[in-house]
Design a protein around this ligand. Structure first.
Ligand code: ATP
Ligand code: MG
Length: 478
């Protein structure tokens, strides 16, 4: 990194923070192999194999995007993306049975090495961000074919292009750096990516408003990268965010679900959450939760959300798995409780109130972020478990602990305690101890429970799940 900073600083000592004159953009800025800190030993072996195989077959091949950015910053990349001038069928010929072509609208190659999958894309065009003078000789054909709808959203993104065009259609300058397998240099076509890495700035390529309108998901990508990298969002990139936040309503709810997972499973979910709220993006992702947060009743549900995000961050940082339904259950819990209360006041039984409140809250949420059906079932289970965990006598405790959703439900109880529901602390401790005991000890432990006053007849909890499982779509749409 120090070497990188020294070289880049020398490189840029002559230039200001604005885009250089377009006439100087015909050539990328290039950091030669000795001038940067990326060594081949930092690169996933399978990605290197892919790069070398493409090179041997006579194609250009580069690492691009998050992996180059992260390696320059000394971070461990999440994955390695490769771009090449080979078209998908040609990529397939190089890798044969290792290679699967995916995507209908824009074809991509997945090259598989055991469990590792390297995504290989062909250079794409379509970047409106490209300076006009440059477009004249690079992208005229593509510019004519580029299609946007009335709000400026890109309708197609499926033209092959040159590496320059590929660079200009990317989102942030720091995501548009290319590491060449031919000479191990790094090419920066926007002339700002390297500089922004050094300064810790997140800057959209081109006119920010146009780029956000083309693809509103870039609004939340800005927040994710700012949180993950600890970067500042450059003022022109930052300014339109709250104004354009309502454009998120145009993004398909299925894509929004994927993006929400990336946001909250980034390892910096707490920071992401604060930033989403700050830029008025959160209200377009979780409007019900946002409305409650605005009320701030005794710090609830803010604390529950925060505890859930903290626990998610801790698990990711410890390399543990995370379950999307836990996160959604926490984000929507307080909204569900409020509905449930209203329904109880209308005279519904507790069980029916829980069932209908859960349905209503989930149905409203999926119009913003689709939730695959297996997760909506789990969310309901986690919620229903909150009412089952206090009932532990006889063989109930053992039945509950063997349920596949027990662990998530127990963790959920834990974050409720951490968020301030002190009356549940004893129950949570009891379950913690129960899990640590041998089967014989468990029996004695349960029999020590203070006898409870007789309960009213309970409805069968299973109705709660049976009713829901009648719908069969992949996503739980209403
Ligand atoms: P991460 O570390 O989260 O994987 P990343 O930068 O690699 O970060 P990806 O979503 O994997 O992000 O995308 C890979 C690259 O594709 C990005 O770096 C960027 O160059 C380009 N890209 C992805 N999404 C967009 C978008 N919505 N608009 C323009 N370019 C994009
Ligand atoms: Mg990536």
């Amino acid at each position: 990194m120090h070497k990188l900073i020294r070289k880049i600083s020398a490189f840029f000592s002559h230039s200001g923070a604005t885009l250089p004159d377009a006439s100087s953009l015909t050539q990328p800025l290039v950091l030669q192999r000795d001038d940067h800190n990326i060594s081949r030993s930092d690169i996933e072996k399978s990605a290197l194999d892919v790069l070398y195989s493409l090179k041997r077959a006579g194609y250009d091949a580069y690492l691009v995007g998050g992996c180059v950015r992260d390696l320059l910053l000394g971070l461990e990349p999440k994955d390695f993306d490769v771009v090449t001038n080979a078209e998908p069928e040609q990529i397939k010929q190089v890798f044969r049975q290792r290679c699967r072509l995916i995507g209908r609208r824009f074809r991509l190659a997945h090259v598989t090495f055991g469990r590792v999958v390297i995504e290989v894309a062909t250079f794409r065009a379509n970047g409106e961000a490209q300076p006009a003078s440059k477009k004249r000789f690079l992208g005229r054909k593509n510019a004519q074919q580029r299609q946007v709808d009335d709000s400026g959203r890109l309708l197609q993104d499926n033209l092959y292009g040159t590496i320059e065009e590929d660079a200009w259609r990317r989102d942030f300058t720091v995501n548009a750096l290319y590491y060449s397998i031919h000479d191990f240099s790094i090419a920066d076509y926007t002339h700002q990516g390297l500089q922004d890495i050094e300064k810790g700035l997140l800057r959209l390529i081109g006119d920010p408003e146009t780029r956000y309108r083309e693809d509103p998901v870039r609004l939340i990508r800005a927040v994710r990268f700012a949180a993950k990298l600890g970067f500042k969002i450059e003022p022109k990139t930052e300014k339109p965010i709250p104004l354009l936040a309502p454009l998120l309503r145009d993004v398909s709810n299925a894509r929004m679900f994927e993006e929400v997972l990336k946001l909250f499973h980034s390892g910096v979910a707490l920071e992401v959450f604060e930033k989403l709220r700050h830029y008025h993006l959160f209200e377009h992702l979780f409007p019900q939760t946002d409305a409650l947060l605005a009320q701030e009743r005794e710090q609830f549900p803010r604390m529950l959300v925060i505890e859930a995000l903290k626990s998610t961050d801790a698990r990711i940082q410890a390399g543990k798995t995370v379950n999307p339904s836990f996160l959604f259950a926490a984000l929507l819990w307080e909204s569900m409780l409020q509905r449930q209360q209203a329904l109880l006041e209308q005279g519904m039984t507790p069980q029916d109130a829980l069932f209908h409140a859960a349905n209503q809250v989930i149905e409203q949420q999926i119009s913003h972020t689709a939730i695959p059906k297996r997760f909506t079932l789990q969310i309901r289970e986690i919620w229903a478990f909150q009412y089952r965990l206090p009932r532990r006598s006889g063989d109930r405790a053992q039945t509950l602990v063997e349920h596949p959703r027990f662990r998530a439900a127990y963790d959920f109880l834990g974050i409720r305690v951490a968020a301030g529901e002190e009356t549940l602390a004893e129950l949570f401790d009891w379950w913690t101890q129960y899990q640590e005991k041998s089967p014989v000890e468990r029996v004695a432990f349960v029999s020590n429970l203070a006898p409870k006053p007789p309960q009213k007849a309970r409805r069968n909890n299973r109705n709660f799940y049976r009713k829901r499982s009648q719908t069969s779509d992949k996503f739980d749409q209403s």
